[in-house]
Design a binder for this molecule. Sequence first.
Ligand code: HEM
Length: 517
Amino acid sequence: MDYYVGNGIITLMVVLLVRKIFQAFKEAVWRPYALTRFFKKQGIAGPPYSGSVDKIKRLRMAAARIVLDTNSHDIVPRVSPHFHKWSSQYGKIFLYWEGQPRLIISDPELAKEILSSKFWFYKKPFFSHRIEMFSGKGVASLNGSDWQRHRKILNPAFSMDKLKLMVDTMATSTISMLEEWTSQAKEGSKTIEMMEELEKLTSEIIGHAGFGISYEMGKEAFHAQKMIQRLALGSHATSYIPGNQYLPTASNRQLWKLDKKLRSTLRGIVERRLDSKESNNLQFPYGDDLVGILIAHLKSNEPADTSYKLTMDEIVEECKTFVFTGHDTISKLLTWSIFMLSSNPEWQAKLREEVLRECGMKIPDADMLSKLKLMHMFFLEVLRLYSPVVMIMRQASEDMKLGSLTIPKHTRVVLPILMIHHDKDYWGEDANEFNPLRFKDGISKASKCPNAFLSFIAGPRVCIGQNFAMLEARTVISVILQRFSLSLSPEYKHTPISYFILQPQSGLPVIVKPLNV
Ligand code: HEM
């Protein structure tokens, strides 16, 4: 009997081993060969599969050592050196390998076709457990009916009427930051590390506006989220070993601890709100901010209670999503805006003049802000040249037609937003120059191709926080320009880099000077 059992186990192990070897061969040899051939027949080329991940690492490391001239906005070779190199060799559409095969598409018309696809033909791919740890398993990463349910619940939190009421909170938080600057600028001016300062400000604003808490109360959550992001991106960049997120390595243990901390802090915020029910608001008894709206959809234990409901875990994950999306992108838009104002005195003067004309020294409200036309063009140009999200990815859920191409099921498609934004074919010979006036007749007329501006993407999954971000950016910059002048510190090194979001590699030191001094 033992003999038969022993033989059976050995046979099973051999079968499993052969299957594993076969799968590994299929993934590592057959699939790259077959896919490369498949695309080659359609006229799509790309760099060789073998050694591709190392090549990307080497290109990135070399690019990270370059310091650009402060007036140069030709940043794609530094931020995405591999895209830059390969697009000049293989054209606007090419295939490359980074763990999996990826098809780069830098044609705005095809990008539009992908982004407007309704029936989940192009879905969000699963990135990695580590990325979800800081970005949350919320509306930004879901697909299908789950995404529809979350998006429908969240849309009311971003209605323009609601956003307008947040301007006061945005301005008040900015003013208290500026009071700090004034008290520090005792000798007439002060150098401020602007990227850190703006991360704190935008955390405070989303904390107040979305969660009804102060920065001090939300500090632990924001700090844990930031630490997870740093650790997760560090380890993600250096390893592609499947399943290694479950190994109890030192960095994994630290990540698990931080994740637990982040989740428990957010859960605490939600539970405190649950305890503060107000019976006179029938539609949103827990408040009509982001957390209040999410809680109003908390699934009760009644079996019939299924439509448009969220579980407690889903609410916590959604809060995580907004801790991330609600401040990281917008703080970098503000960082690059301050960089542009500090290095372009003429534009700083123009925008200050417009702010003083429309708002005087008053705390701006939504109506005043809507009159800042030059400032709107300025932000569009900053977003074009320094788009905080440099690329997005989708995955074909079945064999698809895209223009004249056939895209096989499971192919990951990359839309390189930053590279499209710097492409001379769409934006003209001055594509790398700072010229907000190119937007004077609106976004669609600013380039040769009406869909070439993609900072917030387009289609059903367009950024839900786009209006929130633009209102916050106008408020913060208006209040700063009313009270301070800005100039770039000689310490600044122009080194844009993408750590998930585009940012200056070594921060942004800026000299601030109160205007009445
Ligand atoms: C300058 C600021 C911002 C930029 C450039 C930006 C950019 C983007 C982009 C490119 C996407 C699409 C990602 C993809 O589909 O892969 C996106 C989605 C999203 N953004 Fe933003 N965003 C900004 C601000 C915000 C803010 C302030 C919030 C929240 C308060 C926010 C919340 C979201 C959410 C929840 C999604 C996912 C939407 C969905 O899939 O239905 N964003 N954003």
